[in-house]
Design a protein around this ligand. Structure first.
Ligand code: COA
Length: 331
């Protein structure tokens, strides 16, 4: 937990979601579920699914172009690209390297960040430190996921929850405001609650891992649900405290969009009015690292965020990891 020294802010935002919409009704024909169950248990109505020629880097590319345009920067102006993702194009090279080539951002150092649903906030805070130190001037941070590629379409416990998309932010030094404070955390004792077991060095791909469906997301949803409420409200309050602000100072709260019931409970726990929260979980489901990024961009584009506003980003995911950031909007 640390208060910022030099002011670093978001000077451009962009997002992209694939064209294909998968509704709850569509899922009724795929697994034993119902629109009524999904809506009441999660708040999700539909999600976007990437096409066969789309990958995480192409989703990221579309979001990045939008963000660079908003920031009025050229790709060559970027010194750093961080792609937060748990569904990289490949184990290596980093998806950020593919993206650099697509953008023509030849002056940028590039790496991926694996912090699941908190990845975009981990990325923002990492970029902020590079910019504060003066190492770099302009950074691009993207949360991008093709979760449909690791979703088990035979498992009703998980397949109704996830979707694909990408959100991008350009960061640079600003006169006033910007990222005021942040709080990042992890509890590695709970890795088994949410994971993609196979495909890494611990369980390399084999005929057996494919037969056992071990390359898909495995989740103990109910346990994750309870922890999410406790940890997200705690993370947001800690980040606010670090810059001497309180819940009453929040103008727009942008949480990770996993489940409407989690967000309702977080709001109650924090005593935060629902009108202060930006929701889009109904349209996109849980897009992991892309969820917070897309929600921030949508909130900004539809005028929910204005200059001077206190915006709080808050996310939680596999690891378990979590992060919150308090931003005073300067645009
Ligand atoms: N359709 C119909 N029934 C379903 C279903 C579906 N898609 N998925 C699960 N069920 C059933 C279960 O089999 C269970 O049936 P049973 O009681 O006969 O065993 C029942 O619904 C209740 O399951 P439970 O897991 O207790 O439900 P829940 O209230 O916890 O809701 C989640 C399930 C997954 C929606 C919820 O736990 C959740 O959102 N968890 C967090 C997910 C998340 O955010 N993950 C990412 C973290 S970033």
């Amino acid at each position: 937990m640390r208060k910022s020294r030099k002011n670093i802010g978001i000077i451009g935002l962009g997002f992209y979601v694939p064209k294909k919409v998968l509704t709850n009704k569509d899922l009724e024909g795929m697994v034993d579920t119902s629109d009524e169950w999904i809506t009441t248990r999660t708040g999700i109505k539909e999600r976007r699914i990437a096409g066969p020629t789309e990958s995480t880097s192409t989703l990221a590319f579309n979001a990045a172009k939008d963000a660079l345009k908003d920031a009025k920067l050229a790709p060559e102006d970027l010194d750093l690209i961080i792609v937060a993702t748990i569904t990289p194009d490949m184990a290596f090279p980093a998806t950020a390297c593919f993206l650099q080539e697509m953008l023509g951002a030849k002056n940028a150092a590039c790496f991926d960040m694996s912090a699941a649903c908190a990845g975009f906030i981990y990325g923002l805070v990492t970029a902020q430190k590079f910019l504060q130190s003066g190492t770099y001037k302009n950074a691009l941070v993207i949360g991008a996921e093709k979760l449909s590629s690791v979703t088990d379409w035979q498992d009703r416990n998980t397949c109704v929850l996830f979707g694909d998309g990408a959100g991008a932010a350009v960061l640079a030094p600003v006169e006033n405001g910007g990222i005021l404070a942040s709080y990042l955390g992890c509890d590695g004792s709970m890795t088994e609650l949410l994971m993609q077991p196979a495909g890494g060095s611990r369980m390399p791909a084999s005929r057996q891992t494919v037969d056992d469906r071990m390359h898909f997301i495995k989740m103990r949803g109910n346990e994750v649900f309870k922890l999410a409420i406790k940890i997200m409200s705690d993370a947001a309050c800690r980040a606010l405290k670090a810059c001497k602000l309180g819940v009453e100072d929040i103008d727009c709260f942008i949480p990770h969009q996993a489940n409407m019931r989690i967000l309702d409970a977080v709001a109650r726990k924090m005593k935060l009015p629902l009108e202060k929260i930006y929701f889009n979980v109904a349209k996109y489901g849980n897009m992991s690292s892309a969820a917070t990024a897309v929600a921030l961009c949508e909130a900004y584009k539809c005028g929910r965020i204005r200059g001077g506003d206190i915006v709080v980003l808050d996310a939680f995911g596999a690891g378990l990891v979590w992060g919150a950031a308090v931003i005073q909007w300067q645009k």
